[in-house]
Write a protein that binds this ligand. Structure first.
Ligand code: HEC
Ligand code: HEC
Ligand code: HEC
Length: 123
């Protein structure tokens, strides 16, 4: 009887673990997101946005949907807007977070494009 209870409770644990795993395949939510509407075409490596890094620091509401629509690729972001304080530039303005002068921190996607020296600014 004891053995049966043991096996039964083990099965319950296993099933709950499995159902947990079943929820997680939408893990794109947790992973880094690539923004590449314009970057590569304009000669810059794609932008890798570390979603999780930001999510643990800010409530979803901070960004969604005041700053970013909640769908990958749905936001029309470019550098001019960022420098003017929109999108990433709401925070990456040298006050809340570092200024958008460190190109390679955001443009870090896999690419054969090398960020030109002249664009690299001072590290
Ligand atoms: C610092 C800003 C920021 C915060 C905070 C943030 N997100 Fe996002 N989120 C983004 C950006 C940027 C994108 C990508 C938008 C794009 O590609 O145009 C995104 C995309 C998404 C997407 C779409 C992913 C896809 O694959 O299409 C979902 C879902 C999402 N966020 C959910 C959340 C949830 C839930 C939270 C809170 C736990 C959260 N986000 C917090 C900035 C943020
Ligand atoms: C709500 C504010 C906010 C917004 C919006 C935001 N960031 Fe950030 N981001 C931060 C803060 C704060 C940090 C941490 C800065 C530090 O460590 O000094 C950070 C750090 C980062 C880092 C470095 C992560 C690491 O591992 O150190 C990258 C890359 C980055 N952001 C990219 C982006 C991009 C790309 C966007 C727009 C798509 C964006 N961020 C929008 C607040 C923001
Ligand atoms: C805070 C993050 C961040 C930093 C830092 C950053 N960028 Fe960007 N950049 C982006 C995002 C987001 C986009 C839009 C990505 C897309 O969808 O193509 C973008 C797009 C671009 C584009 C294509 C669109 C346009 O505006 O022409 C160019 C070119 C570009 N960046 C150059 C640079 C250069 C040069 C630097 C350094 C001086 C830099 N970026 C620094 C986030 C950043």
């Amino acid at each position: 009887m004891k053995k049966f209870i043991l096996i039964a409770s083990f099965a319950v644990i296993l099933i709950s673990l499995l159902s947990f795993i079943e929820i997680t395949p939408t893990s794109a939510e947790y992973a880094d997101l690539t923004l590449n509407r314009y970057a590569e075409q304009a000669g810059m490596p794609p932008v890798v946005f570390p979603h999780w890094f930001h999510r643990i620091r800010f409530k979803c509401k901070v960004c969604h949907e005041d700053i970013f629509l909640m769908r990958q690729g749905s936001n029309d972001v470019n550098m001019q807007k960022i420098i003017q304080g929109e999108y990433c530039g709401k925070c990456h303005n040298g006050k809340i977070a570092w200024a958008p002068i460190y190109c390679d921190r955001c443009h870090s996607g896999p690419s054969s494009i090398v960020i030109p020296e002249a664009r690299g600014f001072v590290k």
